[in-house]
Design a protein. Structure first.
Length: 157
C-alpha cells in the first residue's frame, strides 16, 4: 500500500493536489491537520480515501484530533502533534506510541520533515505544504510485507 502523507497545508489545497499528482498512484491520503478544509476538498475531488485529523488551526473541524488507523496489518497513530508538544521534542509522542503499541506515528505541527525510528516505531512528519513555507514537502509511506513501513520525503518544488 502506498500512502501520501501531508500536513499543515494552511489553505494551499493546490499544493496538496500537486503532491498527489506527483505521487500517483497512491491508495490513500493522510492529512495531519492545519488545513482540514483542504482535506475535505481532496476527499470530494478524489476517488481514494482521505483520512484526516484536525490541527490547532482547525477550529470547528469535525475531524478527530487523533486516531489510530489500522492499515495492512499495521497500527498507525495519526495526530497533529501539538497535544504532544512536538515543537519541544518527541518525548511525549514517543511515550504515547509505546502506550498504544503502535507501529508508526504520523504527525505534523512543526513544519519540519522527519522520518526516524524509535524503538522500532517509525515516526513521520511530512513537513508543510503551506504556500508561505520556505521548504514545502510531503511524504510517501509504503507498507509492504517484505519491508514493513518505509518512508520517503519529497520537496514540492
Amino acid at each position: 500500500m502506498k500512502i501520501l502523507v501531508i500536513s499543515d497545508t494552511h489553505g494551499n489545497v493546490n499544493g496538496a493536489f500537486a503532491a498527489h499528482t506527483r505521487s500517483e498512484p497512491v491508495d490513500a491520503i493522510v492529512h495531519l491537520g492545519d488545513g482540514s478544509s483542504d482535506a475535505d476538498i481532496l476527499r470530494e475531488a478524489l476517488d481514494i480515501p482521505v483520512i484526516s485529523v484536525a490541527g490547532n488551526c482547525d477550529p470547528g473541524s469535525t475531524s478527530p484530533r487523533e486516531c489510530v488507523w489500522e492499515c495492512e496489518g499495521k497500527k498507525l497513530l495519526l495526530t497533529h502533534g501539538d497535544a504532544y508538544q512536538v515543537k519541544s521534542g518527541l518525548v511525549r509522542l514517543q511515550q504515547r506510541v509505546l502506550e498504544l503499541g503502535i507501529d508508526g506515528a504520523l504527525f505534523g505541527h512543526t513544519h519540519q520533515r522527519i522520518c526516524e525510528k524509535f524503538s522500532g516505531i517509525l515516526l513521520i512528519n511530512p513537513g508543510t505544504l503551506a504556500a508561505y513555507g520556505m521548504s514545502r514537502s510531503y511524504a510517501v509511506l509504503s507498507i509492504t510485507l517484505e519491508e514493513g513501513l518505509t518512508c520517503r520525503h519529497f520537496d514540492l518544488e
